[in-house]
Design a binder for this molecule. Structure first.
Ligand SMILES: Cc1cc2nc3c(=O)[nH]c(=O)nc-3n(C[C@H](O)[C@H](O)[C@H](O)COP(=O)(O)OP(=O)(O)OC[C@H]3O[C@@H](n4cnc5c(N)ncnc54)[C@H](O)[C@@H]3O)c2cc1C
Length: 399
């Protein structure tokens, strides 16, 4: 069976970006994906990306969002992969006086720290997004938000990785992992054994079970997100669309405890807040989603949640109230229990790395997360911004 220096488990955006950047460094790298490329969260997400800018003192969030934006530009514009990427900008609807005051303070704070964001009147918002609700109190405009097609983009990273020399094996499920006496890894799959010196876990919401194969406890919780789409329409919505409701709620109570990640929409079965994100795809479908619920590995669609989300979307873009729902889907997001990414070396085993915990924003953060992980593996030096995501803070021996 083929041997490589580095073996990556998981063909989502985190894994394929890590493979691409390692291959560009000239490293021998193979990736094992049990399904197809982008068959889980990386193919099921809304496709929103970007952030608020680099700021005066870029932290990990700025690196992951803005660095990824540059990598999306590089793959589509410089390397010629069609990802339906565009820097669309984002609009966040403000529904109440309290939300307005919160967003006004947030915009002031962003600007004073070198980030970008504007508070718009409904009239100003409707000049750039004609379907925006004129009856809301205002909108926050984020010029550095963008969008891309999740499946096409993730596949583009896999193709770029292959072009750079990586081996991408789909339909390869990792069943068990043995650490040999010399510290190398023997990984058993449904297609036989793969050997490597370095192992990278990029298994998204399944990092926990993969960690168990190594006797480790990786605190990643699978969180269900669900989405719905209208039939295709001519272009009507041009920005990423969201609402200030959830960020306002989470600013006073992020809902977390020792076992529950922050910023979910539900506490157990009870709705805690409404979260919203959406856009119109190039094929004309208008898509929205937002719920984040910890239900274990249950993917089933909750029709009530979809209706709540549709009502929320209609408050920001009234035209969707009258459009029938053509399809729904769901996926599992990899939330770390403390809410921060887990990217870097796991010191409890030799040459073991992880790229995960990208939660609800991994499509937009995954490309740079993979690059930083690849740089760390290639140079054996931790990029300084990864101090914030150090796995040593939370990955432990399994009990
Ligand atoms: C409905 C929804 C909407 C979202 N919207 C957005 C958005 O607008 N913007 C944004 O930035 N993010 C969004 N996200 C979050 C984003 O999709 C995730 O954070 C990101 O895709 C995680 O990427 P990943 O590579 O870590 O995990 P995944 O994409 O889940 O990839 C992990 C891969 O590992 C494979 N795997 C697992 N176990 C094994 C094994 N034993 N052997 C082999 N392979 C294995 C899986 O098959 C899977 O393909 C959304 C997510 C959902 C579900």
């Amino acid at each position: 069976m083929p041997d490589s220096d580095i073996l990556i488990i998981g063909g989502g955006i985190a894994g394929v970006s890590t493979a691409f950047h390692l291959a560009e460094h000239g490293r021998s790298v193979a990736l094992l994906e049990r399904g197809e490329i982008a068959s889980e969260a990386s193919g099921q997400n809304m496709g929103g990306l970007g952030g608020a800018g680099w700021g005066n003192a870029p932290d990990l969030l700025a690196y992951l969002t803005m660095g990824s934006l540059e990598i999306f530009k590089r793959l589509q514009i410089d390397l010629g992969h069609d990802m339906e990427f565009r820097l669309s900008g984002g609009l966040t609807g403000i529904h109440t006086e309290d939300q307005y005051n919160f967003i006004r303070d947030r915009v002031l704070s962003l600007k004073s720290n070198g980030f970008e964001g504007e508070l718009l009147t409904p009239r100003e918002a409707r000049a750039i997004e004609p379907e925006a609700n004129p009856d809301l109190l205002g909108y926050m405009y984020a010029p550095k938000r963008g969008q891309a097609d999740p499946v096409k983009s993730t596949q583009a990273f896999a193709n770029a990785a292959r072009n750079a020399g990586a081996t991408i094996n789909t339909g390869h499920e990792v069943l068990s992992i043995e650490i040999r006496a010399d510290g190398t890894y023997a990984v058993q799959t449904n297609h036989g054994e793969y050997n490597s010196e370095t192992l990278v876990i990029a298994a998204g919401a399944w990092c926990g079970p993969v960690g168990q194969m190594l006797g480790l406890r990786i605190p990643i919780v699978p969180v269900r997100g669900q989405m719905w789409a209208t039939e295709s329409l001519p272009p009507r919505i041009f920005h990423d669309i969201s609402s200030a409701e959830s960020s306002f709620t989470w600013s006073s109570d992020n809902g977390s405890d020792d076992t529950t990640p922050p910023e979910l929409t539900h506490k157990g079965d009870q709705r805690f807040t409404r979260h919203l994100y959406g856009r119109q795809r190039k094929n004309g479908e208008i898509i929205f989603g937002g719920d984040r619920q910890d239900l274990g590995y249950d993917f089933g669609i909750d029709a009530t949640g979809i209706e709540v989300n549709r009502g929320h979307a209609s408050e920001v873009v009234p035209l969707v109230a009258d459009l029938p729902i053509a399809r729904t889907w769901s996926g599992l997001m990899p939330f770390s229990v403390d809410g921060s990414p887990i990217i870097g070396k796991i010191p409890l085993r030799d040459n073991l790395h992880i790229v995960s915990g990208l939660a609800s924003a991994g499509f937009g953060k995954g490309p740079m997360a993979g690059k930083l992980a690849a740089d760390y593996i290639h140079t054996s030096h931790m990029p300084h911004v990864l101090a914030e995501s150090d796995p040593a803070r939370c990955v432990t021996e399994a009990e």
